[in-house]
Design a binder for this molecule. Structure first.
Ligand SMILES: Nc1ncnc2c1ncn2[C@@H]1O[C@H](COP(=O)(O)OP(=O)(O)O)[C@@H](O)[C@H]1O
Ligand SMILES: [Mg+2]
Length: 352
C-alpha cells in the first residue's frame, strides 16, 4: 500500500532542463499514466522515482517517506521496461522467480508467488520453457509476471507494450488492466500512445516539454483539455482548432450565435471534437468544405476546412456526404472548448 508524491522535481542535464518543476500525487492503488510525445521527460521522471536517476532538486515520497538517496532496491518498487529484459539462459520459472531470489525468499514462497503471478498472466504452461521458445507477447507477460511476483507496493512501467504488434498490444492492454486492478498495485505507466493511456488509466498526466500540462480522468481531459497541446495530443482525430472572430461577445456558427467566453478579445479559438457535430442545412449550419470523405465502417470521417482552416469531423456511418461536398454543421455547444489564441490555454467552460 503506497501513495507517491512527486514534489517540485527538477532535472537538468547540463544546461538543458529536462524536467522544469513537476508535482504530481498518485494515490494508493491508482493507475496513473505519464503521457506525452518523445523527449518530454517521461522516462527521466520515472527513473527519478525508481532511484536510477538523481533529481536536480525536489522530493519523491513513497508511502509518505522520502526516498531521495535510497537505492532502487530499497524503494519497494518493481519495474517493467520497453525492452523487457527476460534472461535468455533462465527458464520462465526462474525469470519470474528472479526478484524473489534476490530477496532471498525461501523455496516455498518462491513457488507460491511464481505460480500466482504466472496464473495472473496466463503463462503457467510455459514455466519450463526458455524465452527463445516464446512469442513477443508471451515474453512480455513473463516480464510483467516477474515484476508482480515480488508483490511490489509500486509498479513502474516504461512503454512496456511498444514492441508488440498492434493486435497483441490491444490484447495485452486489456489483460494488464485486469491483472493490475485485481492486484491493487499503485502503478505509474509511461506511454506516448494516447489510446493506451486513455484505456488503462484512472488518471493521466499529460507532459510536454518537461512540465505536466494537465492531470485528470481520461474523459475529463478529453472533453476539457486545459491547453491546445492537450486537446491536440489526445483523441483521434485530434481536437479541431478554428480561429474565429468575436462580435458583441458572440461567435457566429452559421445562423447560430454562440456566447464567447468572458475575457476573450477580438478573436478566440473554437476547440471542437470531431464527433461533437451533426449535419444541418445551409445556411443555418456552419459551412464546411469537404475535401475527402472516408467511410470507415463504424463512422464517416470527413477532412476539409471551416473558415479556410483545416478540420476533421466524424459523422454516423449512415450519412452520405461525398468528397467535394459543401455541408452545414450544427455544433454541440456543450462540447465546445474555447481557447485563448495568445496563451493556448482554455477558458473556463461557459455556463449555458
Ligand atoms: N542522460 C542524459 N543526458 C542528456 N540528456 C538527456 C539524458 N537523458 C535524457 N535526456 C534528454 O532529456 C529529455 C527527456 O528525455 P526522456 O525522459 O527520455 O523523454 P521521454 O521518455 O519522454 O521520451 C530529452 O530531450 C533527452 O534527450
Ligand atoms: Mg522514454
Amino acid at each position: 500500500m503506497a501513495n507517491i508524491v512527486i514534489d517540485r522535481i527538477r532535472k537538468s542535464f547540463g544546461a538543458f532542463q529536462a524536467l522544469k518543476e513537476v508535482s504530481l500525487t498518485i494515490n494508493d492503488g491508482e493507475f496513473v499514466s505519464l503521457l506525452g510525445p518523445s523527449g518530454c521527460g517521461k522516462t527521466t521522471l520515472l527513473r527519478i522515482i525508481a532511484g536510477l536517476e538523481t533529481a536536480t532538486s525536489g522530493d519523491v515520497r513513497i508511502g509518505d517517506k522520502s526516498v531521495i538517496g535510497l537505492p532502487p532496491k530499497d524503494r519497494g518498487l518493481a519495474m517493467v521496461f520497453q525492452n523487457y529484459a527476460v534472461f535468455p539462459h533462465m527458464t520462465v520459472y526462474e525469470n519470474v522467480a528472479f526478484g524473489l531470489r534476490m530477496q532471498k525468499a525461501d523455496d516455498a514462497r518462491v513457488k507460491a508467488q511464481v505460480e500466482k503471478a504466472a496464473g495472473l498472466l496466463h503463462i503457467e504452461q510455459y514455466l519450463d520453457r526458455y524465452p527463445n521458445k516464446l512469442s513477443g507477447g508471451q515474453r512480455q507477460r513473463v516480464a510483467v509476471a516477474r515484476a508482480l511476483a515480488v508483490e511490489p507496493k509500486v509498479l513502474l512501467m516504461d512503454e512496456p507494450l511498444s514492441n508488440l504488434d498492434a493486435l497483441l498490444r490491444l490484447e495485452m492492454r486489456t489483460e494488464l488492466k485486469t491483472v493490475l486492478q485485481s492486484a491493487g498495485t499503485t502503478t505509474i505507466y509511461v506511454t506516448h500512445d494516447q489510446t493506451e493511456a486513455m484505456g488503462l488509466s484512472d488518471r493521466i498526466a499529460v507532459m510536454h516539454g518537461g512540465v505536466v500540462e494537465q492531470v485528470g480522468h481520461p474523459v475529463q481531459i478529453y472533453n476539457h483539455p486545459a491547453t491546445r497541446f492537450v486537446g491536440g495530443f489526445i483523441g483521434n482525430p485530434p481536437m479541431n482548432f478554428i480561429k474565429v472572430p468575436v462580435t458583441n461577445s458572440h461567435v457566429a456558427a452559421g445562423a447560430e450565435q454562440l456566447a464567447a467566453p468572458q475575457g476573450s478579445g477580438n478573436e478566440v479559438i473554437l476547440g471542437l471534437r470531431g464527433e461533437a457535430v451533426e449535419l444541418a442545412p445551409l445556411p443555418q449550419g456552419l459551412e464546411m468544405r469537404v475535401r475527402v470523405a472516408e467511410p470507415m465502417g463504424s463512422h464517416l470521417l470527413l477532412t476539409g476546412s471551416i473558415h479556410d482552416q483545416p478540420v476533421r469531423v466524424i459523422l454516423p456511418a449512415s450519412e452520405t456526404v461525398k468528397s467535394g461536398d459543401t455541408i452545414g454543421l450544427k455544433l454541440d455547444q456543450k462540447r465546445i472548448t474555447w481557447l485563448s489564441p495568445e496563451s493556448g490555454k482554455s477558458f473556463p467552460a461557459v455556463l449555458a
